[in-house]
Write a new protein. Sequence first.
Length: 583
Amino acid sequence: MTRTADAPRAADAARAVEQAHTAEAADAAEEERAVDQALALVAGHSSHEPRFVAQSQSQSQSQSQARASVQSPRQTAGQSSGRSTEHGPGPSFAAGSPGVSPRQSSDRSFGQSDDRRPGQSSDRKSGTGSGNGPGTGSGHDSGRSSGQAPARGRRGQATAWREARALAARAGRGAAPRTERLSLDSALGHVLAEPLAALTDLPSFDTSAMDGWVVAGPGPWALGRSDGGGGELGILAGHSAPAPLPDGEGVRIATGARIPANATAVIRSEHAHVDEARGLLYAQRQVVPGQDIRPRGQECRSGDQLLPAGTMVTPAVLGLSAAAGYDELVTVPRPRVDVLVLGDELLTAGLPHDGLIRDALGPMIGPWLRALGAEVSAPRRLGDDAEALQHALTTSDADLVITTGGTAAGPVDHVHPVLAKIGAGLLVDGVAVRPGHPMLLARLPSGGPYLVGLPGNPLAAVSGLLTLAEPLLRGLAGRAPEEPYRVVVRDEVHGHPHDTRLVPVVHRVGSAKAAGSPTGNGAGAGVEHVVPLHYNGPAMLRGIAAADGLAVVPPGGVRSGTEVEILDLPWASAMPWTEGCFT
Ligand SMILES: Nc1nc2c(c(=O)[nH]1)N[C@H]1C(S)=C(S)[C@@H](COP(=O)(O)OP(=O)(O)OC[C@H]3O[C@@H](n4cnc5c(N)ncnc54)[C@H](O)[C@@H]3O)O[C@H]1N2
Ligand code: MOO
C-alpha cells in the first residue's frame, strides 16, 4: 500500500515490496532448515564435546588461539575468507601509545563517529557511513580509516536477522515445558499453560438483564399474587430458584436475578405502568418473548474453550477466569533471567569522569525484560573479569543469562573466550543487523541456561534484546510469536548495504505529510504512520527513549510513504501516542 501521489515512485516501491515478499517466501523454507540444523547441532553435542561454533569478528590473537581448539568446520571455512572490510581494521592492541591501556587503544581504533554531536559531519555518502548523528542514515561503524590490517571476514557468517529471531524463538519453545498453579491474585502477567475451558455455563442460570418485572403470558399482568420468594422487593440477585410464575402474573425482579420457570419476558421498569388500584401491570411497549432475559449458556457452555494456551493473563483474563469458575490457573512459570553487566568503565552514580561513564544498561535491561514477562534478578556488575564471568555463568540457575558488553574482540571482551572455555554451544554468533551485529545466543553446557550476549553500545543492546531475548523469552514463556505488522513510514530511511537496520520510530495518527510526495499528502489525516527518529546511533539512547517501536529496515532502505515492518516496544501499547520531539 502506498500513500504517495507520485505514481512512478509508488509503482517502484510497490514492486520492491512485492519482490521483497517473494524473496522472503522463498527464503522461509531455507531459513527453517537452517534453524533446525543449528538447534540440532547444539542439542546433539554431548557436554564433553567442544561445541563452540563460529566466531566471526576480528579478534586478538590470543582470543583466536583460545578458540582454535574448538573451531567448527563452519568457522574455519568462513574465517579464512577475509572478505569483509566493512568493519574495517581490527583493533591492534599493540598500537596504543604508551600509557594508554589496550582497551582504550582498541576503542579509539574503531573511530568515534557515533559520538558526533548534532551538526557535525558524518560520512553518509560512503553508503556504509555511520550516520549516527541526528540523521536517520544507516547507523553502524564503518571502521574505514585506520590503515591497519583488515579485519578477518565476517560477512556470510553473521546469521540473517529473521533467521536469528526464528532460531531464538524455537530455542525457547524447545525448552522442557514446566507449569505452576497460581491463585488468581498472583497470576497477572503469567501465561496460560493450558487452554482455559469453562467450568460452568455462563450465565449459569437464566438471568434478568434489567431491573423491572418478569412476566408470564400475555398482559396485563396481575401483581402481588406471588412474590417469587423475595418478599416486597421481588426476586433479587443471589437468591435461589424462585417459584414458577403462572401465566398472567408478574413479579418485580432485579438485574442479575434468576428468572422463574414459565416466564416470558422481562419488562424494564421505565417501560411499564402499574395501576396500583387494580393491581395490574401494563407494558408501554410491545413485549417480545425472551426480551431482557440472558439465557443460561449464552456466553459459553461448560467445557467450551474460552482462551487457548499461551494467552497472557491480563486483568480481563483474570475476570473471565473467575466468572468461569476458576480459583487457580495453570501457568508457565516466568522465565528467570540473570543480568550480568560487564565493563570496568562503568559508574553506577554521578557524572562521567576520568574516562568512566554511567552504566546505562543496568537500569534498563531488568525493567525491559520484566516488560517482556521475565522474572529478573538485580543486575550484577562484574567489571571486565573473565573469572568472575565464568563463575557467574557456571553457577547460574536461571533460564537465561543476559550479558552486556564484552561481545566484541577487544582485549577485555571476555564473553567469547569464556564461552569457549566452558564449552558452550553457540546458536547465533553475530547477526546481520545494525546496530548490534556482535550479539550472540548460546546454550551453556550440560543443559544450563541460554545466554544472550548483548553488545555494550546501548542501542546495540536494545537491538539484541528485541532480536534474540524477546523471541527466546516468548518461547520460554509459552507465548505465541507476535504477528508482524507493517505501517507507512513518513520519511525515507536509508538502508545498510547488506544488513537489516533497526531504527527507532514513533507512531502517529494524523495529517503528517509524507516527505517525497509532491502533493505532500502521502500519510493523510487519520492515517496511522511512523516517523523515524534521529539520534539512532549505536551508542545513543535518545532516539529509542522517545520511540514506541523499531522499524525493521531491509537492506536498501525504505522510501517515504511505503510500508515498513514494526517491532513494538513492550510497553508501547500501554502508552498514548507519543509526540517525539527529536524528529
Ligand atoms: N574490531 C571490531 N571491533 C568492534 C566491532 C567489530 O565488528 N570489530 N564491533 C563494534 C560494535 S558494532 C559494537 S556494538 C561493539 C560491541 O562491543 P562489546 O559488546 O564488546 O562492548 P564493549 O566493548 O564492552 O562496549 C562497547 C561500548 O559500549 C559502552 N558500554 C558498555 N557497557 C555499557 C553500559 N552498561 N552502559 C553504557 N555504555 C556501555 C562501552 O563503554 C563502549 O563504549 O564493539 C565494536 N567493536
Ligand atoms: O554498531 Mo554496533 O552494531 O554498535 O552495535
